[in-house]
Design a protein around this ligand. Sequence first.
Ligand SMILES: Cc1ncc(COP(=O)(O)O)c(C=O)c1O
Ligand SMILES: [Zn+2]
Length: 405
Amino acid sequence: MTQIKSLRCRECKKEYPPIFKYICDECFGPLDVNYDFPSVNKNTFANREHTYWRYFELLPIAEKSNIVSIGAGMTPLLKAEKLGKILGLNNLYIKNDSVNPTFSFKDRPAGVAVSKAKEFGFNAVGCASTGNLASATAAHAAKGGFPCYVFAPSDIEHAKIVQALAYGANFIAVDGTYDDTNRIAAQIGDSKGIGIVNINMRSYYVEGSKTLAFEVAEQLDWNVPDHLVVPVGSGAMLNAICKGFEELESISLVNNVSSMHMIAAQPHGCAPIVDAFKKKETDIIPVEQPNTIAKSLAIGDPGDGRYVLKRLQQYNGWAEESTDKEILDAILLLAKTEGIFTEPAGGVSVAVLQKMIEQGKIDKNDTTICYVTGNGLKATEVLMEVLEKPQIMQADAAKISAMVR
Ligand SMILES: Cc1ncc(COP(=O)(O)O)c(C=O)c1O
Ligand SMILES: [Zn+2]
């Protein structure tokens, strides 16, 4: 079966056969997967496996036998009653993608790209990563039997390096920014014939993140939310979420997609898209040296930045940033109200959500989705600096008992 019709240039709309290709020959624009979807309805998906592969007909893999799955997706959409009450929202939901198998949403794009690499017959895969994609790619590579080359800045969180190494990846720690790393990965991927999931496999990679739209729509009983708060690094995920909702509308699974509001959330120390949005620019000025505790969002020159700006315009959206202090406070607020422990990227979402409410952008009854995309256990360093460390006590019940109310 093949539901893929073509690859289509996002800029000039030129179409290509669905081969291994990611840039338009005419205008160097990015290529997107364009489908001829088979007939599906809500019942098609109802009793399927609890992973994002339940949407197989809407994903760019021709043969099911090429799927490399570690069981990612179909993560909880939790009604955040307590957090909502504090913030003044009656219909706030957390899409908790921090509980994926490698503990971030990156299992979605990495899984689709590694499956496509298998379909194309690649011998090795890799990625340029700010941390989470490293382990997502490495885990899928391990499952699919591929050697994996991970390129990442050397200063990312310790746990993210350990995790990728544990899955058996070759870890190339680059003394530089993510943009330096990305450039090197691109050159090596092309010269050595490696499927670099977020560079030369990008057209297929981004398709995985669409499932963040499919699942939310299905979990809302095939309704479209009013507001979606999305943490943004390269911008690929925000753009893919929009594409996902549009595709669902094209096959009549949802309607009213144009009523959604997209909200892009970035950390103050690396907010090139927010800066451009606020200045009403259409081009992004890269941040040379990102400086933020939200290392997974530290992408100074966001590949899909221009397209995020277009999406914000298309969906009457906003872009806002949060400082390191606001991020830490938001991580603790989410943990203490909803029992969800996120890494700084999720703190950025919650902090920006708060600002949107304060600014009157979200009405109290609007259905609002806050995407929490990475797990707190991956980035404990920053929190240990602000939390009070437990006092070490003698193993004496009487003394300890005095401390307990
Ligand atoms: C946890 C987390 N959230 C959000 C993002 C941003 O995704 P994108 O680069 O697609 O904008 C990343 C990127 O690495 C991430 O690791
Ligand atoms: Zn083109």
